[in-house]
Write a protein that binds this ligand. Structure first.
Ligand code: HEM
Length: 427
């Protein structure tokens, strides 16, 4: 059985330089030339996977064979610790079971109110300021504040900017660390390590204070459910949720407003639906089932700009995908950004067309042609909360303002795909 096709690249470095200089472009060119399964040579061989059937095998039918790469979990763990984000096997099962109750239907209904409240406070600030502002930073603060209040019953509005900044610095560390071939031990006082320590210490100060308070007072939120374990394990859960749950939603919202500032007709349709379903009162979680067009807009944003645009997996045993051999221990990147633009499944893939998610049309695509939250047992635990937040924040903002994002926007294809330095204004 042969290995998958792919570019030859540099005789010594293979595609390593391309990954460093232009990862999105390097993957996209190879995908167009070689197809849905591509092998990149280099110091580390990388396999790009975008075929729905292969994705389904990796995420569902042969999932036990495909944990996260150990090195990836170690590097991400330096910031977030050991939690369901950075473990596999039975340890992961235990963590997943501990957090799942917080994401059931009943608690979610209460989270909707938090989203609307916090969005309204942000919009009042925008109303007063009105000058251009850093949209990404605004979305990061909003989503961190929402997450703290809904999952951990923490009133962190005042410290949200500082905490969001600490998460940003932690993410910057991960972005550099994940592409470093040689990573220096964390105890060395390099500038990068010192920045990480400072950011982690800032988060820990708030998180440990919250844990101590909850041990005294008790409660019924996610934090209270986790308290039967050690402070360190609770801390790792809380920090993981913050990182996984706020950076992703913030990036998606920033993409959404950027895309919508160029889609006048789509915005008109959203407003027409809002005035019919919601009127002038604040939107609530109960409106969600009736905001069908807005929900399709959210799906379309996540199709074009999935924030976790490529996620790694490593087969424990050699496998076969589409008649090609995938060696044990190889480094696979499941790339949803490209899977979501495959012309076989998406007409005019580059166009922003929410209507492609109308019920009849979605049914014609294979299940794993669209997977912003991945699929199978390790899919996003926060999916329902994320959809609630995305829909309600868009509704609350578009009810009151038009958001303008002038000029072209460059994506930063790091761990999270986000638009870089978006300066927005509202009217
Ligand atoms: C637009 C928003 C979001 C997107 C697109 C998204 C996407 C994803 C994806 C693709 C994964 C799988 C990663 C992997 O297996 O390598 C994941 C996992 C995860 N997500 Fe989300 N996510 C979002 C929001 C959230 C929110 C709001 C939370 C929670 C508060 C959250 C918590 C998690 C956690 C804890 C995991 C790890 C699950 C596990 O491994 O069992 N995410 N997410």
């Amino acid at each position: 059985m042969t290995l998958p096709p792919g570019p030859r690249g540099h005789f010594l470095l293979g595609s390593a330089l391309g990954f460093r200089r232009d990862p999105l472009g390097t993957f996209e060119r190879a995908w167009r030339e070689h197809g849905r399964l591509v092998r990149f040579r280099g110091p580390v061989e990388v396999y790009l996977v975008t075929d729905p059937a292969h994705l389904e095998r990796i995420l569902v039918s042969n999932v036990d064979n495909y944990p996260h790469p150990a090195d990836f979990d170690r590097k991400v763990g330096a910031f977030v610790g050991r939690s369901l984000v950075t473990t596999n096997g039975t340890e992961w099962e235990r963590h997943r079971a501990a957090v799942e109750p917080a994401f059931r239907r009943e608690p979610l209904l209460g989270y909707g109110q938090v989203v609307t409240e916090r969005s309204t406070a942000m919009l009042d600030r925008w109303q007063a300021a009105r000058g251009p502002f850093d949209l990404g930073a605004e979305m990061r603060v909003l989503t961190l504040d929402v997450l703290a209040r809904s999952l951990f019953d923490a009133e962190w509005s005042e410290q949200a900017p500082e905490l969001a900044e600490a998460v940003r610095v932690g993410m910057e560390y991960l972005n550099q660390e994940l592409i470093s071939v040689l990573s220096l031990p964390e105890w060395l006082p390099t500038p990068r390590n010192l920045r990480l320590r400072k950011a982690r210490a800032r988060l820990d100060r708030s998180v440990y204070a919250l844990i101590a308070e909850r041990r005294r007072t008790g409660g019924s939120d996610l934090l209270s459910m986790l308290l039967s374990t050690s402070d360190k394990e609770v801390r790792d859960h809380v920090v993981s949720m913050f990182v996984a749950g706020h950076v992703t939603v913030a990036a998606t919202l920033t993409w959404a407003f950027t895309a919508l500032s160029r889609e006048v007709e789509v915005v008109e349709r959203i407003r027409a639906e809002l005035s019919e379903v919601v009127g002038s009162r604040p939107p609530t979680g109960a409106d969600l089932p009736h905001l069908r067009y807005l929900r399709m807009v959210v799906q379309e944003v996540l199709r074009l700009y999935p924030p976790l645009w490529q996620v790694p997996r490593t087969p424990v045993r050699a496998d076969e995908l589409g008649g090609h051999r995938i060696p044990a221990g190889s480094f696979l990147l499941l790339n949803t950004y490209l899977a979501h633009r495959d012309p076989e499944y998406w007409e005019r893939p580059e166009r922003f067309e929410p209507e492609r998610f109308e019920r009849g049309r979605s049914a014609r695509r294979p299940r794993f042609a669209y997977l912003p939250y991945l699929g199978g047992p390790r899919s996003c635990v926060g999916l329902a909360l994320a959809n609630l937040e995305l829909t309600l924040v868009l509704a609350a903002v578009l009810q009151r303002f038009s958001v303008d994002v002038p000029g072209p926007v460059r994506p930063s294809p790091d761990l999270v795909l986000e638009p870089r330095d978006v300066l927005a204004s509202v009217r």
